[in-house]
Design a protein around this ligand. Sequence first.
Ligand code: SAH
Length: 410
Amino acid sequence: MTAASAHSTPPGSPTLRLRVSRVAEARIRGGHPWVFSDSVRETNRPGRDGELAVLYDRNDRFLAVGLFDSTSPIQVRILHRGKPCTIDESWFGRNLARALQARASLFDSGTNGYRLINGESDGWPALVVDRYNTTLVLKLYSVAWLQRLEMLQSLLVRGPAPERIVLRLSRNIQDAAGRDFGRADGDLLFGPPVDAPPVFLENGIRFEVDVVRGQKTGFFLDQRENRERIAKVASGRRVLNAFSFSGGFSLYAARGGARVVTDLDISSHALEQARCNWGLNAGEPWASACAYEAVQADAFEWLGGRSDRQFDLIVLDPPSLARRESERAGAIAAYQRLATDAIRWLADGGILFAASCSAHVTAEEFFEAVRKAARAGDRRATELETTGHALDHPATFPEAQYLKGIYLRF
Ligand code: SAH
């Protein structure tokens, strides 16, 4: 069997071999991409971060090959399972081609911002690539990729052929990246410096994106399909966009014919970006036809206060409320409270769209929390739709299914 890396294993070292528990074996066979450190039963030698680890079953048969990472509870992230194969640059090239192919016919020329690689679910564990027009943002969530940056850069330059590539690093790998590889979050990997935020199109609407410092890779591309739904129901409505960030839902609502849109966010930087995005679309008749206001406040407090005005459409898209499993119950209660508070501000016939991006809260738990809030009042609510992941954000295993949304009319 061959499983050699041109990048990580010093010549002469034997391949790193791991034997895993029976339970882990079954999970891997079922397609799960993670091997936790406590399910590793035997190794032939200590592993080095980033090298390839070959996993075997109890009968010494090949199970899978993945990236070793001693700094994470997820010790191996699987790249390939099934039959043995060689993981080298051309393998990664084919893996990239598959991800690009999957997006090839998803968007027309009105959309040049979307996700090119969505981590594990695209066969690239702990790695995301977002496209914003001619800029690519490569975001890494595991130290295992750091030693492969040159390869990643050259594959991306040859594949999607961007003008520029920006590197983003999750907080937990920033120290190692600086210490061992001299890399920092926001580094330019390729192309001209980012003198001004790149501008991209989503369904014909212009957005600018802070690819160097912004949350995630700078924009919440995962909500595109919900933004389209909001545009479809916005006509003539007074819209509140709570946790508005850079105003994505608001611009769609305006294009859908909303009368007035209110952005509500705690961050002045987010509201400033929203203002820039309105500016970028100022030439559009729909933008000038819609009144706009921005409120800088804590949305939990603001919504919990006296509801002295009414909205016909409310978007509730808070940041993750459960960053770890222990916060799950609190998050579910917080979602229910937020929805309860928001409903008080809705006029008759008003629509609530509530979203959750907490991976630790399941779709059913979240939907039930919002439904409970809807049932608790004395108004009748009709559930219109529940939504999940967009096609450029595939989610092939439970932990990847973080995004859920529910639409209710009152
Ligand atoms: N709906 C947005 C993404 C929301 S991200 C979109 O589609 O683009 C979460 C936003 O919530 C961030 O902009 C953050 O600044 C804001 N936020 C976090 N805590 C908040 C709070 N307590 N009150 C109001 N906004 C908050």
